[in-house]
Structure formats: C-alpha cells, structure tokens
Design a protein around this ligand. Structure first.
Ligand code: APR
Ligand code: PHB
Length: 391
C-alpha cells in the first residue's frame, strides 16, 4: 500500500491532521492501535480555544460543536475561600473559550473521516516505523494476523505519549525535558447540573479542586490526589465530601451530587521533546509534549501542531518547497513552550506541594494577591487561557 502521509494514531492530533491534509488534497492513511470504541471511551479535558474551534470549523466539523458547545466568557480562581473571576471577554477584547468534550471532538472528526471515505486502520498491531532518515520511509503493522507495509513520503507520529514514534528516534538525536508532579487528579463525571455556569479552579489547604462540565446536565469535577492513588480508593460519597471541603462555602452549597458514571486518576506531567522532525518523521500532539491539565492546553496544543504540520506539508506538495517542513519544529515548539510555561505556572499556583516550605506557600498567596490587584496580571492569564495566536 502507498500513501503520501502515513499518520500513526487517531487521537485529536492525527484526526485533525488527516482532515486538514484531505482539505488540501493530500492523501493520508491513519494507523491506530486500538479500536474506534476504545479511543472514544477515553474521557479527557473539554476547553477549546477559539483557534481550535476555527480549525475544526475549517474541516467541516463545526455543526455539532456550534450547536452543543458552550461559549464561556470567563472562569474563576478561588483561593482561601475568596473568588476572583478572570473576565476573558473584557480582558482579551472579546475572545472566549468553548466548552466541548475532547471525546466529542474525536467522534466528530472520526465520523467526518468515515463519511468522506478516508482510510483509518484500527486495531493495527506492532506498528513500526522504518527508513525515515531516507527518501523512502515506510510503516509496517499487523492487521488480522498478517504483516502489512505502508509506503509513504512522510510519517506523522501522532501516537500519544506512550507511542512508538518518539521511541523510534535514536536517543542522541532527541532531547527530552520533563517535570513529574508529585500528585494526580482524580476526576468524576456525573449526570448532575454543574454548580456554576463557568469553570472554577480552587486552591485549598487540602489540595486543588476543579468544577467543570460537559453540558447543562453533566458535570465533571476533579480533586488533587496523591500520586499512585486508584479510582477504586475513592467512593462517590468520599469524593463529593472532599470536593465540597475544598470549595468556597457558597460554591460547595451549590454542588449537586449523584452517582459517578466515570472515575479516573490522571498523573500530572510537563514534558517536551526537541526537535519535532527527524528526516521524514514528524512528532505532533502528546507524542511531542505533555502539559498538566491545569489550563486545558493539551488538546489545543495538539490542534496547533496539526495546523503547523498540515501547512508545512501543503507547502511541500503545492509549491515544491521544503521551507515549511524545515520550519515546522521551531514554529510549533515556540507555541508549545509558551503553553508549557502557562500550564506549569497555573499548576504551581493552584496545588498543594508536600515539599513546599512556608515560604513557598506564602509565595502562592502573594502571587494570588497580586493577581487580584492587577488588571495587567489578569490580562496575561486571560491571554494565555483563550490561546496564543497560531502564527
Ligand atoms: N500504533 C498506533 N497507534 C498508537 C500507538 C501505536 N504504537 N500508540 C498509541 N497509539 C494511538 C493511541 O491509541 C491513541 O488513539 O495514538 C493515539 C494518540 O492519541 P492521544 O493520546 O489522544 O494523543 P493526541 O492525538 O496527541 O491528542 C492530544 O489528548 O491526552 C490528551 O491532553 C491531551 O488533549 C490532548 C490530546
Ligand atoms: C475538563 O472539562 O475536563 C477540564 C477543564 C479545564 C481544565 C482541565 C479539564 O483545565
């Protein structure tokens, strides 16, 4: 088999890249290790920057997003029981975010891909990349017990943090930057109305908590938990009690509890690989970088990478120019590092760190007091939260 671009992974990065390439008339095949249903069973964040919404619309998957997505003009930070609203719309000259689950983004992109007759091979085993340092890269994989070969011009490694693309690069050719946080987020999904129409990020002596949502009838809540804790360690009742303890009393009083329909623990990590291009292999999305979920940048960064890579490949096929391809890594990394900084800053501000001294605790309080008193500081938060421009 042959295609122009072989994409590994059908998460948001691979699917959006496939859609943008199809828009540009470039042929791509997606090879995914899991089943479609498995990919759609993963619950992830749900805040889309305007640039991500625009990209999704540009590939024809804006309908459900426009109908069901919830536009948010602000969000709240709560600290020691006091709440500060970040007025995104006023502070950024009218920009806002859209709350729409990543699972729904993935579903819309998969449906559009299937409707357009574009090929995705699910449940491919033993996916391996070959010869990406030559002009003739290829992939091999096993489907229904038979080894297959996919010849291509380029390979896009969109296979997430644990994928094979990054792992196939010689260690000497890649530099990894990493911070693992000494805690995780325990999240639950429940069919109860959200406690507020906007998101609330709360810092408390007992740890961080986040109130978010999927719709007016479905809530998503998170609490900071110890690294290594299991979802089964927490009953629903224990979760709701702990959540309410960490929220300002007037917010806690508005929390509607109910049975969880999903409960999971996510570790928190900051991670960047450099560079993102190795001959004819590119990395994009979680394969290239991870942000902690504070600030909801993961999916938006994946969308940015897909945009930059699709632009570079479109330039290559249209104008026979290598300029875009040569520039992809630097262009994407510039935006990635800024989002890493913001996610790290917000994580550091809002969480309890066991190793923090009283000095560091007071620094958190001072940071928050400054934020409360300075429109300039709030503007910087708002500018990052709505998303830095895709330049
Ligand atoms: N072969 C083929 N596919 C693979 C392989 C492999 N060896 N390894 C992983 N995959 C697939 C996974 O099954 C998954 O469907 O690659 C896909 C990667 O998808 P994501 O993990 O969703 O990563 P990405 O598309 O980069 O999306 C980033 O996801 O984790 C969140 O916060 C993150 O929102 C961000 C988004
Ligand atoms: C979510 O809705 O799951 C969510 C929202 C904001 C975050 C992280 C997760 O910062």
């Amino acid at each position: 088999m042959r295609t122009q671009v072989a994409i590994i992974g059908s998460g948001p990065a691979g699917l959006l890249l496939g859609a943008l390439l199809a828009n540009a008339g470039i042929d791509a095949i997606i090879i995914e290790r899991k089943s479609r249903d498995y990919v759609l069973s993963r619950i992830r964040a749900g805040v889309l920057e305007q640039g991500t919404v625009d990209l999704l619309r540009s590939v024809g998957v804006g309908h459900r997003l426009d109908a069901e997505g919830m536009a948010h003009d602000g969000f709240a930070l709560a600290y020691e029981g006091r709440t500060l609203r970040i007025d995104l719309k006023t502070l950024t000259g009218g920009r806002r975010v859209t709350v729409y689950g990543q699972t729904e983004v993935t579903r819309d992109l998969m449906d559009a891909r299937a409707a357009a007759g574009l090929t995705t091979i699910y449940e491919a085993e033993n996916v391996a990349v070959h010869d990406f340092d030559t002009g003739h890269p290829r992939l091999t994989y096993v489907a229904d017990g038979v080894t297959q070969e996919l010849h291509c011009d380029f390979i896009a490694g969109c296979d997430g943090f644990h994928g094979i693309s990054r792992a196939s690069v010689p260690a000497a050719a890649i530099t990894l930057f990493e911070r693992v946080y000494p805690f995780g987020w325990l999240g639950i999904l429940a069919d109860v109305p959200p406690c507020d129409h906007e998101l609330i990020y709360a810092s408390h002596d007992r740890g961080f908590a986040l109130c978010t949502m999927r719709s007016t009838t479905r809530s998503r809540y998170y609490i900071q938990c110890r690294a290594g804790e299991q979802p089964g360690d927490w009953s629903d009742a224990a979760f709701w009690d702990e959540l309410r303890r960490r929220l300002p009393p007037e917010v806690a009083a508005r929390v509607t509890t109910g049975p969880s329909i999903e409960k999971s623990v996510a570790p928190l990590r900051s991670f960047v690989a450099e560079p993102l291009r190795f001959g004819r292999l590119f990395l994009a999305g979680d394969a290239a970088h991870i942000v902690p979920p504070t600030g909801a940048k993961g999916l938006n960064l994946a969308a940015g990478d897909a945009f930059y890579l699709a632009s570079a490949l479109t330039e290559y096929y249209g104008e026979k120019s290598l300029a875009g391809i040569n520039h992809y890594s630097a262009r994407a990394l510039d935006r990635i590092w800024k989002a890493e900084r913001f996610s790290w800053w917000m994580t550091t501000l809002m969480h309890r760190f066991d190793h923090h001294s009283t000095f560091e605790q007071r620094m958190q309080v001072a940071e928050f007091d400054f934020l409360r008193s300075s429109t300039a500081a709030q503007t910087a938060v708002a500018e990052n939260y709505v998303g830095l421009p895709l330049v």
